[in-house]
Design a protein around this ligand. Structure first.
Ligand code: ADP
Length: 559
């Protein structure tokens, strides 16, 4: 959901606050701007000094010529006057000379701007953008050796993917690939930065065949008071209002005494699909796997490939003669897909000995279920299952969120519960959980594709304390996060994890960092839900007042 449409701010105010090309937001002063007072005063002083000492020296030199005193014989007062003269000349030249150069640059830039009419932004922003582009162009100087390589890639004599191993320099490889790509496609990559990224850090781990990186701004919502601790939540997003809205929710929670979270489950899943000649044979394996007496043997086979992956559960589903086996295991601080897959492979190899007719069709049979909306995750959970709650006081609802308990409870029932039921939602009983989940995931190096099941959330709002206060909660059964592996080890993402105090592996208790991160995600969702629902409730109130007051007025007038 686009929170921009739901904000309680009037549109014009909102545009003033968040419009990226708003002049207020871009603090670039120009030489043609009015001078600050302090600068005007010092200019006045130096002008006065300049003219006074010039006048004084001319008078003194005229007297010397009249008295036939040699000009090079100077008194202390003349010496002081000469020093002041030189100082004021330097100052005035420096000041007005600089202004002249700046004016000159501006004129040139204005001419350039006419050529780049496609840039839909204020001149200041356009200038900065052009500077960046210029920088990129300057740094992409092609040497003779590079030229030979580029031509070989363009002619498909050297495969683009082999550049890293061939050159042994990941950034250089990215540069060659980039120029080759521009030539092949005839499209410019200006604006996509190449400089300023550690390409070695992604090799064999995060991204193949890089040609640059996309910049996403990171905003901070918070402090979020969660389980008695404060967290500043990093959110990488290009959706205006999202961070501001979540921040408002954090404030409401903070001044109401904070949020509390509980982790209900922690287990990553993988479900291979295996096929037999008959449904009877598939059922035999199902019974074998679900027999509690066999669990310890299967767990010891599963666990041998990792210090952290520990088998928790096996669930089976049959479709004819095909069997789907859902393995759940703990994964320490890793999100755990690799870990669980390795464990599953161990068990499949072991089972093959007793079930030689078992045909393994795929290590993933979609009963896991990864990166797809699925009831199995919503009901059974995947990754971390968390519930997070807060009680928001009546006066906070009024002052910070501009709404009331009754409005929120009613809206939640009709929108998040009934509306989602009418839409046939699967885990989507919320206002915009995925907005917050995605932004925190991108900032902290999680797999953004897992936002699908990680955003499964039911938001509940109930009146408590004789209807005065609001109990709000989010229940999220499948938050899939890690603090080691994947994108978490990259510099920017790792800085965001560090800000939350959950960077890397937890040395004292494996898995605590990832569990804490899941709780922070749920708390940020709680804040986001509270704020957006309040904005909608406030907007709805205004609209319904307008509609019903007017119509009743009209009816009364007619009556
Ligand atoms: P994933 O399983 O999420 O895809 P990876 O396999 O890339 O993650 O990363 C997990 C790796 O990190 C494993 O090799 C594991 O042994 C190592 N590791 C080190 N410390 C921890 C920890 N505290 N929790 C989980 N894994 C850890």
């Amino acid at each position: 959901m686009d929170v921009r449409r739901q904000s309680s701010h009037p549109t014009s105010d909102k545009q003033q606050m968040f419009k990226p090309n708003n002049k207020k937001m871009v603090d670039v002063s120009k030489a043609s701007d009015p001078l600050p007072t302090s600068m005007a005063i010092s200019n006045g002083i130096f002008f006065t000094v300049f003219f006074s000492v010039t006048y004084f020296l001319l008078i003194r030199w005229r007297e010397k010529i009249r008295d036939s005193t040699p000009l090079h014989v100077v008194t202390m007062s003349e010496m002081a006057a000469i020093i002041l003269f030189v100082a004021s000349v330097i100052y005035l030249l420096g000041f007005f000379g600089m202004s002249f150069v700046q004016n000159d640059d501006e004129e040139e830039e204005e001419e350039d701007e006419e050529d780049t009419a496609a840039l839909d932004c204020e001149p200041e922003v356009a200038t900065k953008h052009k500077d960046l582009v210029k920088l990129e162009k300057e740094k992409t100087t092609v040497t003779e050796d590079d030229e030979a390589l580029i031509q070989a890639v363009v002619a498909a004599k050297i495969p683009s993917y082999s550049l890293e191993s061939k050159l042994g320099d990941c950034k250089h490889a990215a540069f060659i690939r980039r120029v080759a790509l521009e030539r092949i496609t005839g499209k410019s990559l200006d604006g996509l930065p190449l400089e300023g990224f550690d390409y070695e850090s992604i090799l064999g781990q995060c991204c193949e065949m890089p040609v640059g990186y996309v910049q996403i701004p990171v905003g901070i919502a918070g402090p979020m008071l969660l389980d008695g601790k404060e967290f500043s939540v990093p959110m990488a997003t290009t959706e205006g209002c999202l961070v501001a809205s979540t921040n408002r929710g954090c404030k409401a929670i903070y001044v109401s005494g904070g949020a509390t979270s509980v982790l209900l489950k922690d287990g990553m899943t993988r479900a291979p699909v295996v096929r037999f000649g008959t449904a009877k044979r598939a059922a035999e394996l199902k019974l074998f796997l679900e027999e509690p007496l066999n669990f310890d043997t299967l767990a010891s086979v599963f666990n041998k490939s990792s210090r952290f992956g520990r088998l928790q559960r096996i669930q089976c589903a049959i479709a004819g003669k095909n069997l789907y086996i859902r393995f759940t295991c703990s994964t320490g601080d890793a999100m755990g897909m690799n870990m669980v897959s390795k464990g599953v492979q161990n068990v499949l190899d072991y089972l093959q000995l007793d079930f030689p007719d078992m045909d393994v069709l795929g290590i993933s049979g979609n009963y896991c279920s990864d990166k797809k909306p699925a009831a199995v995750n919503w009901i059974e959970g995947r990754g971390k299952s968390v519930v997070c709650e807060a009680i928001i006081k009546e006066e906070v609802l009024k002052k910070v969120l501009k709404t009331s308990v009754a409005s929120l409870v009613e809206l939640n029932m009709l929108k998040n519960l009934t509306g989602s039921a009418m839409a046939g939602a699967l885990g989507g009983f919320n206002a915009h959980a995925s907005n917050i989940v995605s932004a925190v995931y991108i900032a902290t190096g999680q797999d953004p594709a897992q936002n699908i099941e990680s955003s499964h959330c039911i938001t509940m709002m109930e009146a408590v304390n004789d209807g005065k206060d609001l109990h709000v909660s989010v229940t999220m059964p499948s938050i899939e996060v890690g603090t080691v592996g994947g994108g978490t080890q990259l510099a920017s993402q790792s800085a965001c994890l560090n800000l939350l105090g959950v960077k890397g592996a937890n040395k004292e208790s494996a898995g605590s960092n990832a569990r804490q991160l899941a709780k922070v995600v749920s708390a940020a969702v709680l804040a986001g839900e509270l704020s957006l629902m309040s904005a909608i409730a406030a907007g709805q109130l205004v609209k319904s007042h307008m509609k019903y007051n007017r119509s009743s007025k009209d009816i009364a007038a007619k009556g």
